[in-house]
Write a protein that binds this ligand. Sequence first.
Ligand SMILES: [Zn+2]
Ligand SMILES: [Zn+2]
Length: 225
Amino acid sequence: MKLNLKQDFHVHCNYNDHSSRNLTIPAIMQQAKILKLETLAITEHVRRTSNWIPKYLKEINLYNSNLKRKGNGQEFPKIISGFEAKILRDGSIDCPDEYARDFFLIASFHTIYGDKSLWLNALKTAIRNPDITVLGHLAPEATFILEHSELEEIAYEIAINGKIVELNAKYHRPPIDWIPSFKQKGVKFHLASDAHSLDEIGQFSRISDLISAAEDSRELEPSIP
Ligand SMILES: [Zn+2]
Ligand SMILES: [Zn+2]
């Protein structure tokens, strides 16, 4: 399997309060065009209480149609509207249901729960949630590690539920030693800059080791007679 370096499935924008102010939706699309990206997902942090969602989606649609019009038949990036939502203690997702159902959704841990079994249960519930497409920057908390059997079980659940594990450039995740188990179970990967500024969009050199681990390099090795 080869990962497409021209696809970035995790980009924030200035609807939150901690990204660069110039990370506007039109600027992101312009950057995607400059970098000749094929696909870019705008995945702003969402909460159940977020009240800006209609405006956000409308703005993405508006600039997306402008981008296509100006493309004059030339290649233009495919822009995906989406969200990154937090996995809560009970494994539910901090995103209004109607948006979780209808849009590209990354589910990530953003709170330290300090309890491995709680973490594992929340993760398993999220993996079985049909609304979720991607598991964002997946990694254990600093206070625990997964036993091999726990990792195998998670990998199996991710694979049979068809979730994608992103290779996250901002946090350098998942742990590289998890990748063989994921691959063996048939988990799919894609690339995620998790950009919070324009210059981070589409930049994956920090995770070249994760990319090589995820790609199937066997055909490059000399065959043993
Ligand atoms: Zn995140
Ligand atoms: Zn993010």
